[in-house]
Ligand binder design. Structure first.
Ligand code: COI
Length: 354
């Protein structure tokens, strides 16, 4: 099925206002957005239109009951100036998994994919090329019924907009093991990229920030003894620069696409990677014994976020200096250079937008 997209370009590009040398994450938006509405059981005609405010009603059901999901993706420029996408179909499929969990309609894969490619093509001049930068793409879907009864909405909007960005964390982060609040537990929506999963992280993160941390490490909802993910990334721990541990996908954590890429690249490089339950106590014991040589978060926005220190029960366990991190330095360079088309892409993850 060919997708026909109505394109209305902005009469006045804002690109000259963007200082590509000093971009703050998530504050600058490119000229256009892709939009398609779901009305009474059908996806309507999609369009690319100038980025700008949308009109919503105070009774918009997404605002009241949280039927809202999103994805994070990035577009890069290849050395010869072509726009590149990284594993886009994995984001398409994950959005639809989130949609099912939240009682929302799935978007036809081709509609999402074609809209995304067209938007990146139209706004390709906004893809920054400075080392570490990218055009962050934010696809999201939300319920649009004007109705305050509690039931799944009948109408939805799906939008993609773009922001030129640099790295999400400009320096290694301090994380605190969270033992009071819970992000997800069995049967909840932990694996979904649902807006509410991020909403509930705001207070615990604010409290951690007051104590001098940048982020929290969520632990399991039943015992608080097992590591899950951070507020913005999946987590990896490296013992003696050899053994790499990452929490298993148990339904409670996000099925990160960067997480999956890192696992595959490390295994290919010969590292032993274990996806399993990881107890807080084994990570702390390894840190005490000097065996925790590296720890990092993975995500689309952050790519690789090195962990500088882990706070647990009032003590900070400090990790080796960033330059000494064998695994996270290697994996960051490898992922980013694959994403930007600078080195061979052994798993065929990168797609050129034609
Ligand atoms: C992403 O990495 O794309 C996310 O959605 C996390 C958020 C911190 C931006």
């Amino acid at each position: 099925m060919a997708i026909s997209i109505k394109i209305s370009k902005t009469p006045q590009s804002r690109i000259h206002l963007c200082d590509f040398e000093n971009i703050e994450f998530g504050k600058i938006f490119s000229d256009h957005m892709f939009r398609v509405d779901y009305v009474d059981g059908k996806w309507m005609e999609p369009s690319i239109e100038p980025y700008g405010p949308i009109s919503i009603s105070p009774s918009l059901s997404a605002l009241h009951y949280g039927q809202a999901i999103f994805e994070g993706m990035k577009a890069f420029k290849s050395p010869n100036g072509k726009p590149l996408l990284f594993r886009p179909m994995d984001n398409v499929r994950r959005l639809n998994k989130s949609a099912v969990r939240m009682g929302m309609p799935e978007i036809p894969e081709e509609l999402f994919y074609e809209g995304l490619k067209k938007l990146v093509e139209v706004d390709q001049d906004w893809i920054p090329t400075k080392d570490g930068s990218a055009l962050y793409l934010r696809p999201f879907m939300f319920a649009t019924d004007d109705f305050v009864g509690v039931r799944p909405s009948l109408n939805y909007s799906f939008i993609i907009f773009c922001c030129p960005v640099n790295s999400y964390y400009p320096k290694p982060i301090k994380v605190k093991v969270e033992k009071k609040y819970v992000r997800a537990s069995t049967g909840m929506a932990g694996y979904a990229k649902a807006a509410g999963n991020y909403g509930i992280s705001m207070l615990p993160t604010m409290e951690a920030k007051k104590d001098g941390y940048d982020q929290i490490i969520w632990t399991d909802g039943k015992t608080h003894e097992h590591v899950e993910e951070s507020g913005t990334t999946n987590l990896f721990f490296v013992l003696n620069d050899k053994l790499v541990l990452t929490p298993i996908l148990d339904g409670n954590i996000l099925e990160g696409i960067t997480r999956d890429s890192v696992i595959k690249l490390l295994k290919k490089e010969g590292y032993e990677v274990q996806e399993r339950d990881i107890s807080v106590s084994e990570i702390i014991a390894a840190a005490k014994a000097g065996e925790l040589t590296d720890a990092f978060g993975t995500g689309t926005a952050a790519i690789i976020a090195k962990i500088a220190a882990i706070g647990f029960e009032g003590h900070d366990y400090v990790l080796p200096e960033a330059e000494q991190r064998k695994v996270s330095n290697w994996v960051y360079n490898t992922v980013y250079q694959i994403q930007t088309g600078k080195i061979e892409d052994p798993f065929n993850w990168v797609e050129e937008v034609k």
